[in-house]
Design a protein around this ligand. Sequence first.
Ligand SMILES: Cc1cc2nc3c(=O)[nH]c(=O)nc-3n(C[C@H](O)[C@H](O)[C@H](O)COP(=O)(O)OP(=O)(O)OC[C@H]3O[C@@H](n4cnc5c(N)ncnc54)[C@H](O)[C@@H]3O)c2cc1C
Length: 329
Amino acid sequence: MDWGNHKDILVFVEQAEGKPVNVGLEALAPARTLAGLTGGSVLTLVVGTDNAAAAEKAAVLCDGVLSVEGAAFGDGCTDAFACALEAVVSKYAPAAVLAGNTPLGRELTARLGARMGLGSAQDATALKVEDGTPVWTVPVYGGTVLNDVAVDTVPVLATVRSGAFSRPEAAAAAAVTAEAVDVPDEAVRSRVLETVQEISEAVNLEEAKVIVTGGRGMGSKENFALVEELAQLLGGVVGATRPAIEDGWVSRAHQVGQSGKIVAPALYIACGVSGATQHVSGMSGSGYVVAINKDEEAPIFDVADVGIVGDAVQVLPLMMEEIRRRRAE
Ligand SMILES: Cc1cc2nc3c(=O)[nH]c(=O)nc-3n(C[C@H](O)[C@H](O)[C@H](O)COP(=O)(O)OP(=O)(O)OC[C@H]3O[C@@H](n4cnc5c(N)ncnc54)[C@H](O)[C@@H]3O)c2cc1C
């Protein structure tokens, strides 16, 4: 791949409530791989009204932070963010621009691609290098097909899936450079007039280290309480399949899968879950998977490190008893 004079890798790190969004920091890992190819540096771009906290977090994970601050970025209007990204890309001429696969990350990379005539890999879950060319893994059709995507325009654009990459190890803090970007009035064609926050249960599945998920095989809301009890015992978070939610055993905020959350805990325990592709596509990035299912042919066993063939309603109390006994020792 001919990178021309483009060397540095620019990562847009989004902020929420003054903090950097995790997937943005995770995108710094593939950025480091790309920087190894181009011989450039990894630069983080933060854009907002007060970037101090996000810049500080990012500075220890990359080679330099570019901070664009201004009132124009206060209402979440993406026109202003697109302006900032384009200005920084024009100035620094990076070899690649990465972002988390959030609505904002997708929109900004798509806009940049349209404005500059660039190709883009969206929602990538892995990166490999073949003959000097970066090749992204992009799941499609709910994760049943994994496409290899090579982008042959420079800068390469890509968004990465939450949990697919581990954020790099922290090192000495890099410098934070303020970049002034003027957002002309005519560039802002839409404004966010009001933001309404949904009142929903706070379920942080994306950042959980342990998730205990219950499926239709739990049989009832009363039995589903065993899943909740194990999650609590392990200091984890409760996950659920779509049928368990549709049956009213737990709220939609707990759904894992294609139309729910994409998760990557260190430990995932699936109880009474068949392992449909729409579910597995949301948890296949888990570190260690334990599955309990009474059907030994259940597809969940194909992605499990440990499979227990049995009735989850009987296995879960035994499991919890054993955990408590060992802890008491
Ligand atoms: C567009 C689309 C999007 C979707 N998005 C999602 C999504 O985001 N997340 C999601 O989860 N699903 C999603 N689905 C639904 C998905 O296709 C499956 O229907 C669903 O994941 C199955 O859930 P389940 O494993 O709980 O139920 P089932 O498939 O009914 O499986 C229940 C399992 O429990 C086992 N079992 C029964 N009793 C016991 C017992 N006592 N002990 C142990 N095991 C037992 C059975 O052997 C079986 O394997 C989506 C579907 C579509 C079409």
